[in-house]
Write a protein that binds this ligand. Structure first.
Ligand code: GRF
Length: 203
C-alpha cells in the first residue's frame, strides 16, 4: 500500500508523470492521493485527472491572505490523509505558516546542485556561471528558499555547446529518477534527518 502523497505543481508536470510511472512500475510504495495547482491551466492537473487522481485548482487570488490560501491547501491535503507533500514545479514560495502547520514533511526538486544556484532558472545560472557540472537536488523544504536538508543529488556534465534547453533536458532526465528514488526512500522509512544531514539507512 505505502504512503499517500500530495503533489503541488504549477506547470507541465513532467516530474508528476515520472512519479506516477514509478508508482505504476512498483518502484514507489505509495499512491498519489491528490494533486493541487495554483494555475488552472497547469498540464499537471490534466495528467492527474487523466490518471483518475483527484486534482484541484486552488486559486490564490480567491483568498484574502496567503495564509488563508495555504490553509485551504492544508485542509485538502489533510482530508486526503497524506504522509508526504511533494513540490513538483510549484512556483510559489510556501510560507512559514504552511511549513509549521503541515502534518507531514514537504519535499522539493530543484534543477541545480544546491546550495549553488537556488531560485529561478538554476540551469541557466549554472551555464552562465561557467560550471562544469550541473544537476538536480531533492531536498526537504524548510522556511528558506531551496535551503532545506538535502536528500539526494544527481550530477550531469555541462558541455561546451550546451544551451539552456539542452542542459535543462539532461538535468530533467535525472530529476525524474532522483525524485522517485527519494520518495521511495522516504516511503521505506529509510531517511534519517539529523539537522541538515539526511542519512540513508541501509546504505
Ligand atoms: C523542474 O525543472 C523542477 O526541478 C523545477 O521546476 C521544473 C518543473 O518541471 N522545480 P515539471 O513541471 O515537473 O515538468
Amino acid at each position: 500500500m505505502g504512503i499517500r502523497i500530495a503533489v503541488l505543481a504549477s506547470g507541465r508536470g513532467s516530474n508528476l508523470v515520472a512519479i506516477m510511472h514509478s508508482i505504476a512500475e512498483g518502484k514507489i510504495d505509495g499512491k498519489i492521493a491528490v494533486v493541487l495547482s495554483d494555475k488552472e491551466e497547469a498540464k499537471a492537473l490534466e495528467h492527474a485527472k487523466n490518471a483518475g487522481i483527484a486534482a484541484y485548482h486552488v486559486n490564490p487570488k480567491a483568498y484574502d491572505t496567503k495564509e488563508a490560501y495555504e490553509k485551504e491547501l492544508l485542509r485538502i491535503i489533510g482530508e486526503a490523509d497524506c504522509q508526504l507533500i511533494c513540490l513538483a514545479g510549484y512556483m510559489r514560495i510556501l510560507s512559514p505558516y504552511f511549513i509549521s502547520q503541515a502534518h507531514c514533511p514537504v519535499m522539493n526538486i530543484h534543477p541545480a546542485l544546491l546550495p549553488a544556484f537556488p531560485g529561478l532558472h538554476g540551469q541557466r545560472q549554472a551555464l552562465e556561471y561557467g560550471a562544469k557540472v550541473a544537476g538536480c537536488t531533492v531536498h526537504f523544504v524548510d522556511e528558506g528558499m531551496d535551503s532545506g536538508a538535502i536528500i539526494l543529488q544527481k550530477v550531469v556534465p555541462v558541455l561546451d555547446n550546451d544551451t539552456e534547453d539542452t542542459l535543462s533536458a539532461r538535468i530533467l532526465e535525472q530529476e525524474h529518477k532522483a525524485y522517485s528514488e527519494a520518495i521511495q526512500l522516504f516511503s521505506q522509512g529509510r531517511l534519517e534527518v539529523c539537522g541538515r544531514i539526511v542519512k540513508v539507512k541501509g546504505e
